[in-house]
Design a protein around this ligand. Structure first.
Ligand code: SAM
Length: 307
């Protein structure tokens, strides 16, 4: 069940002087936590971005308009320190690419490394084409929203096993006004795509891929708060990717692409699974940090010799 964001009362805005705000910031940091996180809270929870915050050091007498008053921000900060709950859940939003997505416990907080998957998916596609695409394991719907915006004449399907994730995805598709071009379906991986079997031009997925033993060692802010269903990929981290690779050559349209995100050390294994699944033009791609993070492959055209 998705919990409501913890600031469940009405949001109260306020005006303070720069001096008051900087003094408040010092007091919060003396309670613990990281300055970068507190400044994130001030930005996305309070509406005071990093640059105006820096400017206050030169002009501390300036008044500052806050989206939430200092008492509410302090409540969120203390809750974050007490429970290690991610600030994104407490504030209820997460910036990702050029989007501001709604998030809540029960859905993965979209990660920066996933942003590049959108460019890889859209590369070489004509935005005017009418394609059929799917996002398997849509979570917040981040990839589905970005694909719907990049392919305005296409129809998409966003799939997740988790009803909590689908609630957030639905809200985010509506916020981005692309909900008329993306259907939501609950189910496991390929199963909800059966009605257009063999006709999917593009399928993307950022599946759970963290090996269970690694997941067990993750920081509490992730392990205790983000859904295991979104992260734990089984003993070797590849259990979801095996299923995705195995179904692709039947589900995709001839010439259609499957594009996956995976753990930084799984590139070779994932490329091999895609090839063994019957895909061609199998290749690896790096993320913005230079890690081999993505793999893709294409279903051969009927005229191409079998692999
Ligand atoms: C790593 S998260 C990715 C979420 C989102 N696409 C993103 O990039 O932030 C994996 C998602 O797969 C979903 N999932 C796990 N098992 C699934 C299954 N068998 N079928 C469909 N979705 C599943 C999880 O609920 C989660 O939302």
């Amino acid at each position: 069940m998705v919990q409501p964001p913890r600031h469940s009362g009405p949001i109260v805005s306020g005006i303070v002087s720069g001096e008051e705000l900087l003094d408040w910031r010092r007091r919060q940091l003396s309670l613990g936590g990281h300055a970068v996180d507190l400044d994130w809270l001030l930005d996305l929870g309070g509406g005071v971005g990093w640059q105006p915050l820096q400017a206050l050091r030169l002009h501390p007498q300036r008044p500052v308009q806050l989206q939430r008053d200092l008492a509410q921000l302090e409540q969120l900060w203390r809750e974050h320190l007490r429970s290690a709950a991610p600030l994104q859940y407490l504030v209820g939003i997460c910036p990702w690419r050029d989007l501001e997505l709604q998030v809540a416990p029960g859905v993965l907080i979209p990660r920066q490394e996933t942003e590049l998957l959108v460019e890889l998916a859209l590369a070489g596609l004509d935005p005017r084409a009418a394609l059929r695409w799917a996002d398997l394991g849509t979570g917040s719907g981040c990839l589905a929203v970005a694909l719907a915006r990049g392919l305005p004449r296409s129809q998409g399907l966003a799939v997740d096993l988790s009803p909590d994730a689908l609630i957030q995805a639905e809200a985010n598709l509506a916020r981005a006004q692309v909900d008329d071009r993306v259907q939501l379906r609950q189910g496991s991986w390929w199963e909800p795509l059966r009605d257009a079997w063999g006709h999917w031009d593009l399928v993307v997925s950022n599946p759970p891929y963290i090996p269970t033993a690694v997941w067990e060692q993750l920081e509490p802010v992730v392990r205790q708060h983000e859904p295991a269903l979104a992260l734990d990929g089984g003993d070797d981290g590849l259990s979801a990717i095996r299923q995705l690779a195995a179904g692709a050559a039947q589900a995709l349209a001839p010439g259609g692409w499957l594009l996956l995100e995976h753990h930084h050390d799984q590139s070779e294994a994932v490329l091999s699974l895609l090839s063994r699944g019957g895909l061609v033009d199998v290749e690896a791609h790096r993320d913005l940090e230079g890690q081999w993070r993505f793999a893709r492959g294409r279903r051969p055209q009927a005229t191409e010799p079998p692999v």
